[in-house]
Design a protein around this ligand. Structure first.
Ligand SMILES: Nc1ncnc2c1ncn2[C@@H]1O[C@H](COP(=O)(O)OP(=O)(O)O)[C@@H](O)[C@H]1O
Ligand SMILES: [Mg+2]
Length: 239
């Protein structure tokens, strides 16, 4: 990336509070276009809060958030989504009593452009295509995660925020989700990946940001972070 190319997403010194509780403190990171940034930290470190702030569910008390060079902090979530940020929430919220195809249709409603049609989601996730007429509540955990990702994709994001996609999934399913995340990156998306599975995150990431108790503990290229087990151990516990 040239030094003059804006980051896909730049979080600049944000402070986020719940009431008087200061849970994200002066955190900054930059997501490069067509890259994957892993946002890591123990439970309660402020990862979900950071993603929710980017999405506009929370407004930072200080700091800026820039999407391809344009400020977005303070815009309502629907406007932020329209500008091109998609969130796959922790716990993969889908409609269990709608079919796979209906879940995608509901999510696509109102999307301005159709670069990611349901058909393109089905090409990316063939298992969803096979199950398009099944009730989403009957899918396996891994399939539900792919559907949750598909729901974000049909909103046509330029930046995708994934909050713990491997949570609660069996190891071979985690590998499938990992392949899906890698496939989306190769389609040109810029991705922020929040994960408790550090090995998985390091295997997919270009860059890593470590949060500890709401503060930036370390950041850098994934290879450099992976080569420093003491750093990982200090901030994430046993590696
Ligand atoms: N709605 C809320 N109200 C008050 N405190 C909250 C709320 N949500 C999260 N927190 C607190 O904010 C901190 C960061 O939480 P969170 O961003 O969910 O962490 P992570 O996703 O890294 O596990 C934690 O101390 C958590 O208890
Ligand atoms: Mg969380």
């Amino acid at each position: 990336m040239g030094s003059d190319a804006p980051a896909a997403l730049a979080v600049e010194a944000i402070d986020v509070f719940y009431g008087e509780s200061h849970v994200v403190q002066h955190v900054s990171f930059a997501l490069r276009p067509r890259s994957l940034l892993a946002l890591l930290g123990l439970n309660g470190a402020g990862k979900t809060t950071s993603l929710h702030t980017v999405m506009g569910f929370l407004i930072p008390r200080r700091g800026r958030i820039m999407l391809f060079g344009e400020p977005i902090a303070g815009l309502p979530p629907a406007a932020i989504a329209r500008r091109g940020i998609g969130l796959v929430p922790q716990g993969r919220r889908i409609f269990p009593s709608l079919t796979v195809a209906e879940n995608l249709a509901v999510a696509a409603h109102g999307a301005a452009t159709k670069a990611w049609s349901a058909e393109r989601v089905f090409v990316t996730f063939p298992r969803l295509a096979e199950r398009r007429r099944q009730y989403a509540g009957l899918l396996s955990g891994g399939e539900q995660q792919m559907l949750a990702i598909g729901r974000a994709l049909v909103g046509n994001p330029r930046v995708l925020l994934l909050d713990e996609p491997s949570e609660g999934l069996a190891p071979q399913i985690v590998a499938e989700v990992a392949r899906a995340v890698a496939a989306m990156k190769s389609e040109g998306l810029a991705i922020v990946l929040v994960e408790q599975n550090v090995r998985l995150a390091l295997s997919l990431a270009d860059d890593v940001v470590l949060l500890n108790a709401g503060r930036l503990a370390a950041s850098g290229p994934a290879a450099a972070i992976a080569a420093d087990p003491a750093l990982i151990d200090r901030h994430l516990g046993v590696f």
